[in-house]
Ligand binder design. Sequence first.
Ligand SMILES: NC(=O)c1ccc[n+]([C@@H]2O[C@H](COP(=O)([O-])OP(=O)(O)OC[C@H]3O[C@@H](n4cnc5c(N)ncnc54)[C@H](O)[C@@H]3O)[C@@H](O)[C@H]2O)c1
Length: 253
Amino acid sequence: MRLAGRTAIVTGAGSGIGRASAVLFAKEGAFVGLVDRDRTGLQETLVAIEGAKGEASMHVGDVSEADFAKDTVGGVMARRGRLDVLMAAAGFSCGGTVLTTDPADWDAVFRTNVGGTWLWSRAAVPEMQRQGGGSIITLASQLAIAGGRGNSAYIAAKGAIISLTRTMALDFATDGIRVNAIAPGAIDTPMLRRSFARHADPELVREASRDRHAMKRFGRAEEVAETALHLASDASSFTTGTVMVVDGGWLAA
Ligand SMILES: NC(=O)c1ccc[n+]([C@@H]2O[C@H](COP(=O)([O-])OP(=O)(O)OC[C@H]3O[C@@H](n4cnc5c(N)ncnc54)[C@H](O)[C@@H]3O)[C@@H](O)[C@H]2O)c1
């Protein structure tokens, strides 16, 4: 088991990529603190982990709340005495160009995606420093590298996450803390389905997005989870400050 005896916290664990990663981490021996604002989703993840004889705890709240991050990390530390992995996967998009994005939506996208990454890292890093190391995994997007239309707040936020990942990697490298981003292509999750549903002809947009990948298919959350496991485990012990692209060839095309 590649994470035996380790402790992880995964935000956005109530669905999609966060859930698949949390389940895989637990199957590989980690205790996982599951974080999401969706209680029902978290319960489903917990059931999946317990069904696989794994161990986890549930923490319901909004990742953009500083106290929630601090209290959850404190609670996991009290129970486990260490924190080896933080995966900040909670995120969402609102769609829209800079002309059509409502300022409140812009703020919410930044608060969750960028603020959530920052606040949970801020709570986790001192614990990782104390124990001499850890791995932080952030969620960017292939669109932050390639660009994309009609999703300006989200794409700008994902670009900020890549920059934040690199700066944290440099700031904490000598503490033994590795910080890496994953940039997925379009992964078949509820978030992706919601983003297609915003369009006048969702099926047309869905097909165009699928075919934009060299592999002519969407990714699965489990495929991103395998990369997260690599970054969480000692298999990636000399990897920091990188962006791991998991995009079915989107960027190569
Ligand atoms: N699905 C894709 O195509 C894709 C592509 C690139 C990047 N990503 C990124 O991967 C991550 C996971 O996305 P997903 O596709 O699994 O989405 P998802 O919607 O299936 O899961 C995201 C989870 O985050 C939670 N969440 C959102 N905002 C929150 C908040 N403020 N506080 C607490 N929980 C919150 C949701 O409740 C949900 O359970 C996101 O950061 C997303 O931007 C996804």
